[in-house]
Design a protein around this ligand. Structure first.
Ligand code: ZN
Length: 475
C-alpha cells in the first residue's frame, strides 16, 4: 500500500523571461559543481541501501532533503515495508516556465545497490571514501553516481537554468536489483499520473567506452533490451542404486534434453537497432573488425566471418535468442539415482520475438513430452520494445557528444540484460540508457564487483553533459 508521506509545493519564483531568452545562460562554475557532486555522492554511498532489504526510504529522504534545500517541488511516496523494508519512490520536479510546453523528461535512477563483500575490497564499500581522484564504494557506478549527476543537474537548473519548455522530473525508485520487489513497475501502476505526458526517460543502460589511453571510442546509448523468458526444466524417471544404471533415469533424461538445447544453433536475426549498431561500430573499430561490421548482413551470411563475429559474447547475444543452462540440480550422492532432476534456462529474446512460438520450439527440440521431461516458464516476461535512434533526445546526445569529443560515434546500444526502461517503453515513453561516465572495460567491470569507484573527473563530466543535454532538449 502506498502512502503519500509529504507534499511540498515549493515557492519557487517563476524564472524571469522578459524577452531575454536569447542571452547566454549564466556561467556555471563547473569545478565547484563537481566538488559539490563528489561530496553528495560520498554521502549518498554512505546511505546503506544494500538490497535485500534495501531500505530505500532512507535514500529517498536523503535526496528529498537535497531538493528541499534547492526549493524544488517533490513528492516522497512511502511504499511500505514491502519485500522486507522501507520501500519508497521519490519524485522531484522543475516545471516548464515557457510556452509551448513539450513532454517532460524523466531522470530515472534506482536507489538500491547489490551487496558488497568487504573482505575483498581495498576500502570500506559503504564509507564513500574519496581517494586518489576517485569516489569509492558500492553504487558509485550502479547507479548512485548517475543519480547524483542527475540531482546535481537538477540543482543547477533550479539555480541558474534558462526557462524550460519541458518539466524535468527526477524519479528514484526501489528494488531494481532484486526480482519480485516493489520497483519502478509498481510505482507506475499506482502513480503513472505523476509522469503523465512524459516524452523521454533517461536511465542507466548505456556507456561511454574509452580505450586504455582514455580516448573515447563511442557513446553507447541504450535503445532497447532483450527480454528475459526464464524456464524451469524438470525430468522424472525411475530411481535406484548407482551400482545398477537406469537408462531412462531422470538425470539421463535431463542431460539428453539439455544437450539438445545446448547444441541448438538458434537462428541469427539482424534487428534494425543491431544493424545500426554494427554500421556505426564499423566507423570506429580497428580495420580488420570494421571490414566485418561494415557489411554486417554479408558477413553474417559467410560462415567464416559469421563465426568471427559470434565469437564476441555480446555480439552473439544481440544477434539471436539465447539460452544459458543454469541452476542444475540432481542427486546429492554418488550412488543415488534420484527420481527427479532439474535445471533452469536463462532464455533471452530479441525484440520482436514471439515467446509462445519460442517456447513451443524449445519444448520440441528438447524432446519435452510434458511428463518425463517438462519445460515451464518461470515468472514474468514482457515484449522487448525499442526506442528510436532518431528522436530529438537521441540527436541532441549526438550533437553534444560531437562537441565534447569531436569525431566520437554515438551507437544505439542493445542491452543483453535489462533495466527498468522497459516499463516506460511499454507505456509509449521513449527511454534511453545514457552512460554519463567515460569508462574503460576495466572500470565497468567493477559494477556489482569489487572496488567499484567513479573518478571525480567523470562525475564532473557527467553532471555537465547531462545539464547541457537538458538545456538543449528542455528549453
Ligand atoms: Zn543498476
Amino acid at each position: 500500500m502506498c502512502v503519500l508521506a509529504l507534499l511540498l509545493w515549493a515557492a519557487r519564483p517563476a524564472v524571469a523571461q522578459d524577452g531575454d531568452e536569447s542571452s547566454a545562460a549564466p556561467e556555471i562554475d563547473w569545478s565547484a559543481a563537481s566538488e559539490e557532486a563528489a561530496d553528495l555522492l560520498s554521502r549518498y554511498i554512505r546511505v546503506n541501501t544494500t538490497n535485500p532489504p534495501g531500505r530505500e526510504i532512507v535514500a529517498a529522504r536523503f535526496l528529498r532533503d537535497q531538493l528541499i534545500s534547492e526549493g524544488i517541488e517533490f513528492l516522497l511516496i512511502d511504499q511500505g515495508e514491502g519485500a522486507g523494508g522501507g520501500k519508497a519512490a521519490l519524485v522531484g520536479r522543475i516545471r516548464a516556465g515557457r510556452e509551448p510546453r513539450e513532454g517532460a523528461i524523466v531522470l530515472l535512477s534506482h536507489m538500491d545497490v547489490v551487496a558488497a563483500s568487504p573482505e575483498f575490497w581495498s576500502v570500506d564499500p559503504l564509507a564513500g571514501e574519496i581517494r586518489d581522484g576517485y569516489i569509492w564504494g558500492r553504487g558509485a557506478l550502479d547507479m548512485k553516481g548517475t543519480a547524483i549527476a542527475q540531482l546535481m543537474a537538477l540543482k543547477l537548473l533550479a539555480r541558474h537554468g534558462p526557462p524550460l519548455s519541458r518539466d524535468i522530473i527526477l524519479l528514484a525508485t526501489s528494488d531494481e536489483e532484486i526480482v519480485g520487489g516493489i520497483d519502478a513497475g509498481d510505482f507506475l501502476q499506482d502513480h503513472a499520473d505523476l509522469i503523465k505526458g512524459a516524452e523521454f526517460v533517461i536511465n542507466e543502460g548505456g556507456t561511454i567506452r574509452v580505450d586504455a589511453n582514455d580516448d573515447v571510442l563511442y557513446y553507447g546509448v541504450g535503445v532497447t533490451e532483450k527480454s528475459p523468458f526464464w524456464q524451469s526444466v524438470t525430468a522424472r524417471g525411475p530411481s535406484g542404486h548407482g551400482s545398477q544404471p537406469i537408462a531412462a533415469s531422470a538425470l539421463n533424461r535431463l542431460v539428453e534434453g539439455l544437450e539438445r538445447l545446448r547444441s541448438w544453433d538458434t537462428p541469427i536475426q539482424l534487428t534494425p537497432p543491431v544493424a545500426e549498431f554494427f554500421r556505426r561500430l564499423a566507423l570506429v573499430a580497428p580495420p580488420a573488425e570494421a571490414e566485418l561490421y561494415a557489411d554486417i548482413e554479408g558477413s553474417l551470411a559467410d560462415p567464416e566471418k559469421r563465426a568471427l563475429i559470434l565469437r564476441d559474447r555480446y555480439h552473439n547475444a544481440i544477434l539471436r535468442n539465447t539460452i544459458s543452462i543454469t541452476a542444475l540440480e540432481g542427486s546429492p550422492r554418488t550412488n543415488v539415482i534420484p527420481p527427479m532432476a532439474s535445471a533452469e534456462l536463462d532464455v533471452r529474446l530479441l525484440p520482436g520475438a514471439d515467446p509462445d512460438s519460442f517456447l513451443a520450439e524449445l519444448r520440441e527440440r528438447a524432446g519435452a513430452d510434458g511428463e518425463t521431461l517438462t519445460i515451464e516458464p518461470l515468472g514474468q516476461n514482457w515484449p522487448a520494445t525499442a526506442s528510436p535512434s532518431d528522436s530529438e533526445l537521441f540527436r541532441a546526445i549526438e550533437s553534444l557528444a560531437e562537441e565534447f569529443d569531436p569525431g566520437a560515434t554515438v551507437l544505439p546500444y542493445v542491452l543483453a540484460g535489462f533495466t527498468d526502461s522497459h516499463y516506460f517503453r511499454e507505456m509509449g515513453i521513449e527511454a534511453y540508457g545514457l552512460g554519463l561516465f567515460k569508462l574503460p572495460v576495466s572500470e565497468s567491470e567493477r559494477v556489482h564487483g569489487v572496488d567499484e569507484r567513479l573518478s571525480l573527473q567523470n562525475l564532473g563530466f557527467g553532471t555537465q553533459f547531462l545539464y547541457e543535454l537538458l538545456v538543449r532538449v528542455g528549453t
